[in-house]
Ligand binder design. Structure first.
Ligand code: MN
Length: 240
């Protein structure tokens, strides 16, 4: 059996091709898996489980169809969809998992993260993250009207766009020392994460032993999945 990992689909009604690729993945690949992990930034934006849209309904239905087959779907928040909540989960059968999470897969201990907290050079972002991950901030935000929330989200997005245009390329990647620190602290030889949109398998050494860091790809131009089984794992790109 296989466990599948995806991340950074950035699902958005403005990009129907990505959604079509996801629906095809959910029809063809996912039903053969024993579990599906979505490691964050599944949606391009999420301002609350109460926002209704035909596009969101379609995505929910696709998740529900899989979870109705008793295939567990584990969902981790990303930096864009961290407000996905319990209502979404009960409607889709997804189970939220912490960032970071440790799972045991086919006898191997694996650390799962979205990846944004590994980018420690982006100090401004980490400060912003601290603010929006605060339960008080979230409660206050979610108590506002949908219209207000949409406006705030739009402002945040515009500010972030302006800023990332100015940032040095490498600031957006993970900090190697942070990767090593986190993996050593959790005593793992394998880390799977997304976020950076730089799909790759990196070799490194943790606690004196060979280790790997697998980075999932974003679905901007093609789909990316990691298939994990008893035989090992494979990171694959596929046409949307
Ligand atoms: Mn991200």
């Amino acid at each position: 059996m296989t466990t599948l990992f995806i991340s950074d689909l950035h699902l958005d009604p403005a990009h129907p091709d990505v959604a079509r690729g996801f629906f095809r993945f959910m029809e063809n690949d996912a039903p053969n898996a024993e579990a599906l992990y979505i490691l964050g930034d599944f949606f391009e934006a999420w301002i609350g489980d109460d926002l209704q849209h035909p596009f969101i309904e379609q995505v929910k239905q696709s998740l529900r169809t899989l979870s109705d087959k008793n295939i567990p779907i584990y969902l981790m928040h990303g930096n864009r969809d961290f407000l996905i909540g319990e209502q979404f989960c009960s409607e889709t059968g997804c189970q939220l998992i912490d960032d970071p999470s440790i799972v045991e897969l086919y006898g191997q201990k694996v650390l799962l993260m979205h990846g944004d907290t590994l980018c420690t050079n982006d100090v401004d972002y980490l400060a912003f993250r601290g603010m929006v991950r605060n339960p008080d901030w979230q409660q206050d935000f979610l108590s506002k009207s949908l219209q207000e929330r949409l406006a705030i989200a739009e402002n945040i997005r515009a500010a972030s766009k302006e800023k990332t245009g100015q940032l040095e390329y490498e600031i957006m990647d993970v900090t190697q020392s942070e990767v090593e620190k986190v993996m050593a602290a959790h005593d793992v030889q394998l880390l799977i994460h997304g976020h950076t949109h730089r799909p790759a398998v990196h070799q490194l050494e943790i606690n004196g032993k060979a280790a790997e860091r697998v980075v999932l790809g974003d679905w901007h131009k093609a789909g990316w999945k990691l298939s994990f089984s008893e035989q090992g794992y494979e990171l694959e790109e596929f046409l949307l």
